[in-house]
Design a protein around this ligand. Structure first.
Ligand SMILES: Nc1ncnc2c1ncn2[C@@H]1O[C@H](COP(=O)(O)OP(=O)(O)OP(=O)(O)O)[C@@H](O)[C@H]1O
Length: 347
């Protein structure tokens, strides 16, 4: 019988315990990073994520004795490297525990269900979807919308789409999402809104546009107003790639999306994108970081952009310390798109 392997597992351990959030366990077989496992912690059994450990030898040292993992969440593919890098960056940047951020990013029911309960849940047949692949009936874009769409398609971004209320920003998002999904059968899009109560109307618009083309299960929501079983279902659909579009609030920035190609942050100026407890992250800023890391385009939209996004989308200032200001009232165009220069300082 081969010797047990040593795996490093990210756990949400109490910060006062000082045990750190990467703990070693023994496993009967080597487990790839990102695998979801249940492990003993004190007298409890908790969910953990097998993590990349640079100093792990893969084998137990002579004479060492480690507690064994209790079980693997079979049927759930390991969380991929871009997701683990996002979590590691967020934990470092916002100075929280790695395990705390990793576990908070997973649906609560994943933590509560035992492996066999989850296996039963995964065996339930998914509802049949009408994959009729009907062509989408697009409305003609205005000149401003078309110019924004073409620029987003051609350039790398991130982009700031600045347009007053009702100027047609959502129509641009819809068209960009459509192009991205039609070009690549595995592509996924993440569309974020600041408030839970904005998701039903956006969901209705996305479902009516995309369900006939990509099937009823192609659009899912992720926000804290959903029940735990609903959140788990949406999360699994996103993680498996079955969901092509995820609509959600700030927490959705941590969704596992292996095919992520486009992130839209609507009302990007809204303070609700800032988490106010635990890891105090800014979902908009993490979206920009994630997009760059995962090679996904990022599109921020607002009628009243935040000062930082507005500044980041301006051409670099001249060498003088202060730019001269004029007071002529020049109202912005109805819809303007500004590519965001490289985000220096985000490492
Ligand atoms: N090119 C177009 N042709 C006809 N109708 C359009 C066009 N673009 C958008 N509309 C319609 O105009 C209305 C407002 O558009 P949209 O919701 O995209 O604007 P918005 O800038 O996202 O608004 P908000 O700031 O309120 O989110 C919608 O009913 C939409 O269907």
């Amino acid at each position: 019988m081969p010797p047990p392997s040593l795996v490093q597992v990210a756990l949400h351990t109490p910060s006062h315990s000082g045990v750190g959030d990467l703990l070693s366990y023994a496993s009967e077989r080597p487990l790839p990073p990102g695998t979801l496992v249940r492990v003993p912690l004190g007298t409890r059994e908790v969910l953990g994520v097998v993590w990349d450990a640079e100093d792990a030898t893969g084998e137990l040292p002579e004479g060492a004795s480690l507690r064994a993992i209790a079980g693997v969440l079979e049927g759930v593919a390991p969380l991929d490297l871009p997701w683990r890098r996002l979590v590691a960056f967020a934990a470092r940047y916002y100075q929280r525990g790695l395990g705390e951020v990793a576990l908070a990013a997973l649906p609560p029911q994943l933590r509560d269900l035992r492996p066999e309960q989850l296996a039963r849940r995964l065996r339930r047949p998914a509802k049949a979807t009408d994959e009729s692949a009907n062509a989408i009936q697009n409305i003609a874009l205005t000149a401003e919308q078309e110019s924004a769409r073409a620029r987003i398609a051609a350039e790398k971004g991130p982009f700031l789409l600045f347009g007053s209320t009702g100027s047609g920003k959502t129509e641009v998002y819809l068209r960009c999402v459509q192009e991205m999904l039609e070009a690549d059968a595995t592509a996924q899009a993440l569309v974020m809104v600041p408030e839970i109560n904005l998701t039903p109307q956006l969901e209705e618009r996305f479902v009516s546009r995309f369900a006939p083309r990509f099937g009823a299960g192609a659009v899912v929501s992720l926000h804290s107003g959903m029940t735990n079983p609903q959140r788990l279902k949406s999360w699994l659909a996103a993680h498996s790639g079955a969901a092509r579009i995820v609509l959600g609030t700030r927490m959705a920035v941590f969704a596992s999306l292996p095919g992520l190609r486009l992130i839209v942050v609507d009302e990007e100026h809204d303070p609700s994108y800032k988490q106010q407890e635990g890891a105090r992250y800014s979902a908009r800023d993490l979206a920009i970081w994630r997009g760059r890391e995962q090679g996904a385009k990022v599109l921020l939209g607002s009628a009243t952009p935040s000062l930082e996004s507005w500044h980041a989308s301006r051409p670099p200032p001249p060498k003088t310390r202060w730019a001269a200001a004029t007071c002529a009232c020049t109202c912005p165009a109805a819809l303007a798109l500004a590519p965001w220069p490289a985000c220096a300082g985000w490492t």
